[in-house]
Design a protein around this ligand. Structure first.
Ligand code: FES
Length: 75
């Protein structure tokens, strides 16, 4: 017999970005970054790979606690 578990969808990190690609790779020229740049780690940003604050709603709705990777220049 088939259990419920057989129909349970597999969890994914990436909900919608470049789903036809075998993997999502973004290349950023470090020389073009500003003083401080936040990169999305929740995969929910409309500006992916940059953070747009969407992690707040994601965390609130799921109980998760993800946030951006912030790169900043040393002065
Ligand atoms: Fe994804 Fe901020 S929007 S970490």
């Amino acid at each position: 017999y088939i259990t419920y578990r057989a129909f349970k969808p597999k969890p994914v990190c990436n909900p919608c970005f470049k789903k036809d690609d075998p993997k999502v790779v973004d290349i950023v020229n470090i020389e073009e970054l500003g003083e401080k740049t936040a990169f999305c780690r929740c995969w929910r940003s409309a500006k992916f790979p940059y953070c747009d604050g969407a992690h707040g709603a994601h965390n609130k709705g799921t109980g998760d606690n993800v946030g951006p990777l912030v790169i900043k220049k040393v002065k």
